[in-house]
Design a protein around this ligand. Structure first.
Ligand code: ATP
Ligand code: MG
Length: 575
């Protein structure tokens, strides 16, 4: 960044702070990192962090590392490491050759811990977990109900000699003590108003094989110790993280300062919260474990893998991440904004096809027997380069049940006895009657006559035909299963539950509806799994990998109705 850039106005407070650091010479370059813990799959909240970490580095000509923050042997797994990489790549973020693992720093971290012991700034404690908690103290309300934090108590082992601490720490590593018998703690201040600064634990003994280091270690570093020193080890200038780490910042700075390492700087931003969604790996894991969803990549999950399977595009997701901005206080984003961004991107790029989700037969009684006409259809009106295709039209079609009424409600312009509609790309037809299934009482067959002069949908006599409906030729139809999704949680804030209930009680009963009998035009047979298309009037649909040669499965990505755009317009009109 040159002198002349000094007055550049940045979009957000993080870029402002980074620019200032460069200007005053605190750092010479910008180096960020994205540090997921490989204990779950990437979700849209992580994508926000990625967007910020990679975006800030890119804007300042810097680099962004991908670091697996894997210092907890209990929950981490290679399966997660691979899934994380796949999803990050798919979103369009490139860490190049800078993939790192905190578990590669165990030796470095151990040395830094010894350094702190030698400086008299860390000690081995014999108190157990419960006692440490008790000695630390808690926040309590005073008589005016204002919380304050009375000082904690020093551990009786706090003033062990440096040599003794070094010896005990080495023996902790060598496996001489049982799990939980000792910890290594930073010697800071047991009266500090921030409880995290009251001699936090740096290492615990845990005999649990780690997915990368196996049983080489039986002591594992805690997050607050490992994270700043991993950042420093990589020369990370700006350690960008979500707001819940703000209270950890003094500790971050304490470790960096006292270990005398590269002076990484932590800056926090607001977490992404999304309506009708939970965004914590802990809760998502529970949904998976308890089989409330089909897996981490269930299309209703807010995971990147779920969204991809649902048919969301990476460009649409990135557009959303750009629009929500970066703030210093937490807020909730309306999921309709995400859906709006996806819809906009798909509108520009998805090919159109005709498909009927809930079919009913329509017979054109004056159609020449066995005649098939191949009509011209537009692949994408937003993109002329997408070209045209042929769609077969015949005397027996399927239309959607919802496009016919025995008795039309007011302003219903689709089919009912005596009314005319335009069949998309085809002819104008008039409903002449219908038949019902005597057992179910459902409409089983709709009878029509067509006007041969109206091919392409134009009426030569300028007669007014208000409704246009889509259709599929019965003999050419490709059968498929349609999965229609709705929000996983009915409640806008699923985590807000009354006494005795859990977020699981907020799960929606109709988040998935399956249409087993759907029919599509023949070109749909050639769509590759993972491709998202528009079924005209029905929404965007993505072909699921569960599809077989015999039967395709399509997941509805989003409907066509854009409630967000309407909301935005209403707000603009009010302003
Ligand atoms: P979770 O709350 O889902 O368990 P986590 O914070 O424990 O997430 P990590 O793997 O530690 O998961 O997160 C990696 C990075 O993603 C961290 O820098 C964290 O700040 C960020 N992050 C996690 N959730 C969100 C969110 N909802 N919004 C923005 N950033 C997030
Ligand atoms: Mg975390």
């Amino acid at each position: 960044m040159s002198e002349s850039d000094e007055k550049t106005e940045y979009l957000d407070f993080i870029r402002e702070a980074v620019a200032e650091d460069l200007r005053i010479g605190r750092f010479k370059e910008v180096h960020t990192r994205f540090p997921p813990e490989p204990n779950g799959w990437l979700h849209i909240g992580h994508a926000k962090a990625l967007f910020i970490d990679f975006g800030v580095a890119q804007d300042f000509g810097g680099k962004c590392n991908l670091r697996m923050d894997d210092t907890n042997p209990e929950k981490e797994d290679m399966e997660y490491v691979e899934a994380l990489q796949k999803d990050i790549k798919w979103l369009g973020f490139d860490w190049e050759d800078r993939l790192f693992f905190a578990s590669d720093y165990y030796e470095t971290l151990y040395e830094l811990a010894c350094k702190l012991i030698r400086k008299g700034l860390a000690y081995v404690d014999d108190l157990d977990e419960e006692q440490i908690k008790e000695y630390r103290g808690t926040n309590v309300p005073d008589k005016n109900n204002i919380t304050y934090t009375p000082p904690g108590r020093d551990s009786p082992w706090r003033d062990r000699a440096i040599e003794e601490n070094l010896d005990l720490f080495e023996r902790m590593r060598a496996g001489e003590f049982p799990d939980g018998a000792k910890t290594l703690r930073a010697k800071i201040d047991m009266a500090h108003p921030n409880l995290l600064m009251r001699d936090p634990v740096m290492y615990r003994i845990r005999r649990e094989p780690h997915y990368r280091t196996g049983d080489r270690w039986c002591i594992y570093p805690m997050y607050d110790f490992a994270h700043p020193l991993s950042d420093a080890t990589e020369g990370v200038t700006h350690s960008l993280c979500s707001l819940e780490y703000e209270i950890h910042r003094p500790l971050y700075d304490w470790f960096v300062r006292n270990a005398e390492v590269f002076p990484s700087r932590q800056i926090e931003f607001a977490r992404l919260n999304l309506s009708h969604t939970v965004l914590s790996k802990r809760w998502l894991l529970r949904l998976v474990r308890e089989k409330r969803v089909s897996g981490w990549d269930d299309p209703r999950m807010p995971t990147i893998a779920g969204m991809r399977r649902r048919g969301y595009s990476a460009a649409g997701i990135r557009d959303f991440l750009g629009r929500i901005g970066i703030a210093k206080t937490d807020s909730m984003v309306d999921i309709q904004l995400l859906e709006h961004c996806i819809r906009e991107d798909l509108n520009a790029h998805a090919r159109r096809y005709m498909a009927v989700l809930n079919p009913v037969k329509l017979v054109i009684e004056n159609w020449p027997e066995d005649q098939v006409e191949w009509l011209d259809a537009v692949n994408n009106p937003e993109d002329p380069a997408a070209g045209m295709r042929k769609v077969p039209f015949s005397g027996t079609l399927y239309i959607d049940r919802d496009d016919f009424r025995e008795v039309p409600p007011p302003k219903y312009y689709r089919l009912y006895p005596g009314n005319q509609v335009r069949l998309r790309y085809g002819y104008i037809v008039t409903c002449t009657g219908y038949e019902k299934d005597p057992e179910s009482g459902e409409v089983a067959l709709i009878k029509c006559s067509y006007d041969p002069a109206t091919r392409g949908g134009d009426a030569p006599d300028n007669r007014k035909v208000k409704g246009t409906i889509h259709w599929v030729s019965a003999e050419h139809a490709v059968p498929f299963t349609g999965r229609l999704y709705d929000h996983l949680f009915e409640a806008e804030r699923p985590m807000e539950v009354p006494e005795g209930k859990t977020f699981l009680d907020n799960l929606s009963a109709h988040s998935l509806t399956v249409e087993q009998d759907a029919k599509a035009e023949p070109a749909v047979a050639d769509i590759a799994a993972g491709t998202t298309v528009q079924f005209e009037r029905m929404g965007y649909f993505c072909k699921d990998p569960d599809s077989t040669v015999q039967r395709a499965v399509f997941n509805r990505t989003v409907t066509l109705k854009d409630t967000w755009a309407k909301l935005e317009k209403r707000l603009q009109d009010q302003a």
